[in-house]
Design a protein around this ligand. Structure first.
Ligand SMILES: *Cc1c(COP(=O)(O)O)cnc(C)c1O
Length: 373
């Protein structure tokens, strides 16, 4: 327990706050590197690094040896280029490009992931220099990417292919979080066939969960996001991954609630016996999902504590009947090493992805272990 709202890493804070452990991020990066053998690990830092700070996470991962990064949008690519300063990272943009954007990609050394014949046309028409582009081929997710027929057409047109000369061919697995799903093998086979169409080009199929499917899925490069940030590959906590996000909030009030009294909005929960209840300064405005109650729990004084009643906008009630040492200002862990993102996400019926992005977007953030130039 820490006293009086004093965080171990900085000044006192009155409400919920998020500490992002970049040492844990590095440990996860190294684990993924080990699991993916000789493949390049290219971190995905879209959506502000899943809420963990694209600038801070990418700079630390660069210090660990990462040289290729992915973002979703051109604007994210521009921000990351700025944040990385003189570091000569390759930055790929999943969305590819829209009309008029080619000069921006050029000027900032960003690499579009071209997703359709139309995007290829745009790139070939607009591209003044010899900048790189990657190709996304759809192998069964039916989201972004050239169809298999469009990929074959491109491969059958040596002149177009020569002008394009893609630096990388990627595809994306729809069901890697469910290892036994038959679509994994189907996509692997289709991707292997695609790869033979572009034999000289590097290939990348797997995000976090795909890496855990085994070496067959790793090809030349892997693109992990969620597992770098501590989310288990199969929507469950994985003990090998370290928690990156630590969301904590201080206790604002402690009260005795007699048996038969209800707690919180809607009087949804009634004390079955006399309870000691702590009110903590975190709620759904801090990204803590309202649906995490009643099944979720927090960590306090060495044990998981149940939530009581509904989570409100800025406040949550927890049961500290068995924690007689609880004091005002003590910090309660809402997410962190003891309460995994997968636990909270599943209690809320949501995903670790959404949880991290929400929490990261709304809480006051601090970083531990920042890379310095
Ligand atoms: C977001 C994304 C990733 C990273 O996925 P995780 O499941 O977070 O590891 C990789 N590739 C593509 C195409 C993506 O959109």
């Amino acid at each position: 327990m820490t006293s009086q709202g004093q965080t171990p890493y900085g000044p006192p804070m009155s409400g919920a706050h998020l500490t992002i452990d970049l040492d844990a991020l590095s440990a996860n990066y190294r684990l993924l590197q080990t699991l993916s053998g000789a493949s390049e690990v290219a971190p995905v830092v879209k959506a502000d690094g899943y809420g963990m700070g694209a600038a801070q996470t990418a700079r630390r991962l660069w210090a660990e040896g990462a040289r290729t990064f992915y973002v979703a949008r051109l604007t994210e690519g521009l921000a990351l280029r700025m944040a990385l300063g003189a570091r000569t990272a390759r930055i790929l943009v999943f969305d590819g490009m829209s009309p008029g954007e080619a000069p921006v990609f050029e000027a900032h050394g960003l690499i579009p992931v071209l997703n359709s014949p139309q995007q290829i046309d745009l790139w070939l028409e607009a591209r003044p220099g010899t900048r790189e582009a990657a190709l996304h081929i759809d192998t069964g997710m039916n989201r972004l990417g050239l169809s298999l027929a469009e990929a074959s057409d491109l491969a059958a047109n040596p002149e177009r292919l020569r002008r394009l000369s893609p630096c990388l061919v990627i595809s994306h697995l729809a069901c890697a979080a469910t290892p036994e799903h038959r679509l994994n093998r189907v996509q692997l086979e289709r991707f292997s066939a695609v790869r033979s169409l572009f034999p000289a080009v590097s290939a990348s199929l797997s995000s976090s969960a795909g890496i855990f499917l085994g070496p067959d899925y790793c090809f030349d490069q892997v693109r992990p996001g969620i597992s770098l940030y501590g989310g288990g590959p199969h929507d469950r906590p994985d003990p090998r991954l370290a928690a990156v996000a630590r969301l904590e909030a201080p206790i604002l009030q402690i009260r005795d609630v007699p048996a038969g009294e209800s707690i919180g909005y809607g009087a949804e929960q009634t004390a079955e016996k006399p309870l000691k209840v702590a009110i903590i300064a975190a709620g759904y405005a801090d990204g803590y999902p309202r649906a995490a109650s009643p099944r979720g729990s927090v960590w306090f004084d060495g044990a998981a504590r149940r939530l009581l009643g509904r989570i409100s906008m800025d406040l949550t009630a927890i049961d500290v009947t068995d924690a007689p040492g609880a004091r005002l200002g003590d910090l309660v862990q809402i997410l962190g090493p003891e309460i995994s993102v997968d636990h909270v996400a599943s209690a809320a019926g949501g995903s670790a992805y959404e949880l991290l992005v929400r929490v990261g977007g709304r809480s006051e953030r601090q970083w531990r272990g920042e890379a310095r130039d």
